[in-house]
Design a protein around this ligand. Structure first.
Ligand SMILES: NC(=O)c1ccc[n+]([C@@H]2O[C@H](COP(=O)([O-])OP(=O)(O)OC[C@H]3O[C@@H](n4cnc5c(N)ncnc54)[C@H](O)[C@@H]3O)[C@@H](O)[C@H]2O)c1
Length: 414
């Protein structure tokens, strides 16, 4: 029996990804009648006030708002409430959706709390930082017939979907060697990142390199078997020590190798708000094949009369594919791109699960989503946790290679 009301959403985390992608996608689904009440819980009220007043959100979604926890209209904006999410979870009716969008080390405890309260979960990548945690989350969700999806939005970029279809059809032969890069803007160093993107919590490889490791797995189906990552350390403006650049080398089960460079340092003055792309060289029976995605310059250049572009720029490479607001026949603006598509697909998967009542029927749908492998779930994308775990160990040991073994159970070894 379909559930009568559209699903309620609790977003935990009111930072950049919530503002730039998650909330606008959910607002759009709300006005399409697919989402009910939206609440956002953050550590303190200040980012929630900023979000409620954000001009881009007001312009795109006139008349829409979210329930703020803590209340940004009455609470001290700088008082911290690290455990308030527990109360927010307790007040949610069962079988709704919790969106986990907090710094990486907090994902594990918040996902478990959400599942314990009978909620489905959409978590930003990386799900968790250790493979054992991913397996435990998978088991907990399975035992309650709840859905957990990881928001690897690059999977919904049409170029990745086309490459996956054609690779699986045998058109590229076999992946042999590749390179990828994602360098995020210099200005990130001045953001809230300073407070959590520190050496013990995060690094550029696990922050954004993971997207391209996942892309190789998504496109080719090959599992990683060895990881080595070297970092370059520096300090944020507030003095916190961090890995600001990284070089990773990932070997796949067929012997194929991917090198990745990542960092927080793309010039703010540069065209395109970051630098990103991937080249995969492949071998067929009778010749070579290539998959080359320029994910930064997607063929669109806009030069403005003022410096209104990202980072205060005039001249910009526009990415129409990830996330943009465009005019549409309805009110305000409509979000388009794979950032929206990914959230929409995860919400649609959850709706599929919610619309059946019997535990067996829910289990069948959950198994089918795992099997299909389009939406990342703990069961079908745990290679990412293995790579994250190995990468964090490697970084701490100056680039030493860590191997991934899949039998009898997947784990990382020296
Ligand atoms: N490309 C991507 O898929 C992508 C991009 C950006 C961020 N992310 C991921 O999203 C997550 C958040 O990143 P961000 O850029 O939004 O970070 P951010 O620093 O801008 O925001 C973090 C938010 O978490 C909130 N928070 C921290 N502790 C909390 C607590 N105890 N209770 C409630 N809220 C709490 C803070 O108030 C803040 O609003 C990270 O895991 C990051 O890796 C993914």
């Amino acid at each position: 029996m379909p559930k009568a009301n559209p699903v309620d959403i609790l977003i935990i985390g009111g930072g950049m990804i919530t503002h730039d992608q998650l909330l606008p996608s959910l607002y759009h689904l709300q006005r399409l009648g697919k989402v009910g009440r939206i609440s956002i819980c953050a550590l303190n009220a200040r980012p929630l006030k900023d979000m409620a007043e954000a001009p881009s959100l007001r312009e795109a979604f006139p008349g829409q708002s979210f329930h703020s926890i803590p209340d940004h209209e009455t609470e001290d904006p700088d008082r911290f409430y690290p455990d308030l999410y527990k109360e927010a979870l307790a007040s949610l009716p069962p079988d709704q959706v919790v969106v986990v969008a907090v710094p990486d080390p907090l994902h594990d405890r918040m996902i478990r709390a959400a599942l314990t309260h009978g909620q489905n979960v959409l978590c930003v990548k990386p799900l968790v930082q250790k493979c054992a945690q991913a397996f435990e989350i998978e088991q907990l969700a399975k035992s309650k017939e709840l859905f957990v999806g990881i928001e690897y939005h690059k999977r919904f970029d049409r170029r990745a979907l086309i490459a996956r279809k054609d690779y699986f059809a045998g058109k590229f032969g076999e992946f042999k060697i590749g390179e990828a890069r994602m360098i995020e803007p210099w200005q990130y160093r001045y953001s809230n990142f300073q407070n959590w993107f520190t050496k013990e919590n995060a690094d550029p490889f696990t922050y954004v390199g993971c997207h391209y490791v996942d892309q190789v797995y998504f496109i080719t189906g090959l599992r990683p078997v060895a990881v080595s990552v070297r970092g370059i350390e520096g300090t944020f403006p507030n003095g916190n020590a961090a890995y600001l650049w990284s070089l990773g080398v990932v070997t796949f089960e067929n012997g194929g190798i991917l090198s990745l460079i990542n960092g927080l340092g793309y010039p703010d003055e540069g065209a395109g708000s970051n630098d990103q792309g991937i080249n995969l060289f492949c071998e067929g029976k009778n010749g070579a094949a290539l998959i080359r995605h320029n994910d930064q310059f997607r063929g669109v250049i806009h030069s403005y009369t003022t410096n209104c572009g990202p980072g205060g720029t005039h001249y910009n490479f526009i990415n129409p594919d990830y996330f943009k607001y465009v005019p549409w026949p309805g009110e305000g603006l409509k979000p388009v791109g794979y950032g929206y598509d990914s959230v929409e697909a995860i919400l649609a998967a959850i709706e599929q699960v919610r619309t059946v009542d019997s535990p067996e029927a829910r289990r069948n749908i959950l198994d089918e989503i795992d099997r299909k492998g389009l939406i990342a779930t703990p069961a079908n994308s745990f290679i990412n946790e293995l790579v994250t775990e190995a990468a964090r160990l490697s970084l701490a040991h100056e680039g030493k290679e860590y191997r991934i073994v899949y039998e009898p159970t997947p784990h990382v070894v020296e």
